[in-house]
Ligand binder design. Structure first.
Ligand code: OGA
Ligand code: FE
Length: 287
């Protein structure tokens, strides 16, 4: 294992990245948070919004384990969604600069995401973008990095999503291939804090992926939490830049690749370095 840093001059950006930070490169070790079952044997749940009075926010526990996280920088094209569950796309330009207004994001950024998916998800012929999340690391931010290994959807919730958004077309669409893919990018790259890690889909068996009831105020969905496995092979993209995208496949009705993922605290990050800001857009991908 090598843990190296490399000095690179960065441009001052409007998101507050400071110059001359030595970007951590190469594989690193970090503690990740995994699932542990509710002690009473109950089915696991968590509340998305603040939980109703008298209820815990979640009823399952956590298990922290140090793992090695490999850098895919320099071998980005070795990984592909069908096989590994994630892909790296580079050199993507964007007209959206602020990421401050949801309607503006939908108008300007969504069509760019749709194009990335049509060009990079082989076979895709129709895209429906149903959600996005902007994350900022400061404690006052509405959404912060997620430090818990998970997969956003399960077969059950992916199927329910198709019905929810595609209405009377759903049954027909479900006869074909349906994928659920998140398009993730930083807003203040290069990322030097709270990078996103993703496991090779093949290295985490189905038996370590646990469906969790995801209770919204108005409906109940399902996400998956992930148990620690010795075989898990974790990756990240060092110094990820604003013109790069990670495609994280959460569900595929055909080949089944789905990638567990989580943010991690990089032990090489120094106090005072800018916190990571990012956006992920969630897509139903047909064809
Ligand atoms: C995602 C996700 C977490 C993060 O994109 O699905 O879980 O910290 N992101 O960005
Ligand atoms: Fe996620």
């Amino acid at each position: 294992m090598s843990t190296t840093t490399e000095t690179q001059t960065q441009n001052q950006t409007k998101f507050g990245t400071t110059a001359d930070i030595p970007i951590p490169r190469g594989s690193t070790k970090a503690s990740l948070t995994f699932y542990s079952a509710p002690p009473d044997g109950a089915a696991p749940f968590n509340y998305v919004e603040p939980q109703p009075e008298g209820h815990p926010q979640r009823n399952f526990g956590e298990f922290n384990q140090e793992v090695t996280i490999q850098d895919v920088r320099g071998r980005e094209s070795d990984f592909d969604m069908n096989t590994n569950g994630f892909s790296v796309i580079q050199g993507v330009s964007s007209e959206e600069k602020d990421f401050a207004d949801d309607e503006h994001i939908k108008q300007i950024y969504y069509p760019e995401v749709e194009k990335v998916l049509l060009e990079n998800a082989p076979g895709a012929n129709r895209i429906f973008l149903f959600d996005h999340t902007v994350r900022r690391s400061d404690p006052g931010a509405k959404r912060t990095p997620v430090t818990r290994a998970h997969i956003d959807q399960t077969t059950k919730s992916a199927t329910a999503r198709v019905h929810l958004h595609m209405k009377e077309e759903a049954d027909e669409l479900l006869k074909g291939r349906v994928r659920l893919i998140n398009v993730w990018r930083p807003l203040n790259g290069p990322v030097v804090a709270s990078p996103l890690a993703y496991a090779d889909s093949r290295s985490v068996p189905d038996s370590d992926i646990i469906g969790v009831e995801h209770r919204y105020p108005d409906r109940t969905g399902e996400t998956a939490s992930v148990k620690f496995t010795e075989q898990g092979r974790w990756h990240y993209l060092s110094g990820m830049k604003n013109d790069e995208r990670i495609l994280l496949q959460c569900y595929d009705s055909k080949d089944g690749a789905r990638t567990p993922h989580t943010a991690f605290t990089d032990p090489r990050t120094q106090p005072g370095w800018p916190g990571r800001e990012s956006i992920e857009v969630r897509a139903l991908v047909f064809g």
